[in-house]
Design a protein around this ligand. Structure first.
Ligand code: AOF
Ligand code: ZN
Length: 376
């Protein structure tokens, strides 16, 4: 009947607008930390009258951005938002106050904010003000996009994404660490894009000594994206003439070291503009206590961390159960039995064959394949 048809159309419109809000929110990924990257849309009589997303550095929040653009048109309109509007006085006033003051009649919110200062109170306060509130549309996608915020709030650590580029036979380099081209241009571009969507990129000191990487995001139009570069360096072996240290004033460089590392070396690094943080050394492994590393990063505000290698660091993260998402890029060539395996102490099947992970997506990238795994 006519009524049922109208309802169906309204539902489809809700879905469309929420998808749009989600894609707006994603624009902020990698730049809004310590805050989540939220998207918001104001719709009046089926027409979008305001769009907003969390601004770089985390403020202003998405809702006031969208409401500012909507102006008087917000009266009686619907607000689509990818996270529960905040109800607390943080570094900005509560978004619910702005929503109520604007005259919004209905709020469609993807998911509750687990931040204990919000945790349902945002939705409750909107309802108490007489606003119709629907929660849950797009919840799964929102949870994926806000994984960093959720992980930080709940577990005091960032969402950890492990990036691996392997040969057809699961090696990451030839014997003797001799570098070989494993994946092509399309894969490289994708990795730089992923770096841009992370708050920080982490490598072990072995990778720094072997490759002298720069770990910046070199994509046209994205030069202004600066994920923090993090090096695990228990004994402060990072060379002062490395490309990382040289660029420490232009792009943040944090070196995580042990409590017993030499004070003079730490002071010298500090003078280069590098931030030196001391955490507990691992009791068994040769490196640092990874849980302590992640807690320190979380306390600095990092919500999305990309682990880029090398194989020892990668396998330690996997073995500790601290990997939430894996980006596996596999090239077409084989390296041979004497090549260096992707995960030092573990077979790659510790991820690809594990029931702890499921495939989220898989696609060809030039001659390579990219597969994304997430926690099952
Ligand atoms: C929203 N909209 O766009 C974002 C929200 O310190 P503040 O005032 O910036 O508040 C930070 C908290 O606000 C953050 O931990 C998270 O719970 C929420 N983020 N909330 O209503 C937004 N980014
Ligand atoms: Zn807010």
């Amino acid at each position: 009947d006519q009524y049922g048809q109208k309802l169906k159309e309204a539902k489809a419109a809700d879905q469309r607008f929420m998808q749009l809000a989600l894609s707006l929110g994603r624009r902020g990924l990698g730049r809004t930390w310590p805050n989540p990257a939220v998207g918001a849309i104001v719709v009046k009589d089926g027409v979008i009258v305001g769009r907003g997303w969390t601004q770089p550095g985390g403020r202003p929040h998405a809702e006031p951005e969208a409401l500012k653009r909507a102006g008087k048109a917000a009266r009686g309109a619907t607000l689509y938002v990818t996270l529960e509007p905040c109800s607390h006085f943080g570094k900005s006033p509560p978004c619910v106050d702005a929503v109520i003051a604007s005259g919004i009649a209905r709020v469609v919110s993807a998911i509750e904010d687990p931040n204990p200062e919000v945790a349902g109170q945002g939705h409750a306060r909107l309802r108490a003000a007489g606003i119709a509130v629907d929660v849950g549309l797009g919840a799964q996608e929102a949870a994926h996009d806000h994984a960093g915020h959720f992980r930080r709030v709940r577990d005091r650590r960032p969402h950890v994404i492990l990036k691996l580029a392997v040969s057809a036979d699961d090696k990451i380099a030839a014997a003797g660490r001799k570098p070989v081209a494993i994946t092509g241009e399309a894969a490289k571009t994708r990795v730089h894009l992923l770096r841009a969507q992370c708050d920080a990129i982490l490598v072990g000191i072995g990778t720094v000594l072997a490759d002298d990487p720069l770990l910046t995001c070199r994509l046209p139009g994205m030069e202004a994206r600066w994920p923090v570069r993090v090096v695990l360096d228990r004994s402060l072996r990072i060379p002062s003439d490395s490309r990382l240290v040289h660029s420490a004033r232009a792009t943040p460089l944090w070196v995580m070291t042990s409590e017993t590392a030499e004070a003079a070396a730490a002071a010298k690094l500090g003078a280069s503009g590098t931030q030196v943080t001391r955490v507990a050394a691992a009791t068994k492994l040769p490196g640092l206590e990874l849980a302590a590393v992640l807690r320190a990063l979380s306390d600095e505000g990092v919500t999305r961390l990309m682990v880029e290698g090398g194989s020892r660091v990668a396998s330690s993260f996997v073995a500790a159960g601290l990997v939430d998402e894996i980006w596996l890029l596999r090239g077409p060539e084989t390296i041979g039995a004497d090549g260096i395996p992707a995960l030092d102490a573990l077979p790659l099947s510790a991820i690809t064959g594990s029931s702890a992970y499921r495939t989220r997506a898989s696609e060809p990238l030039g001659k390579d394949t990219m597969t994304v795994y997430e926690r099952a």
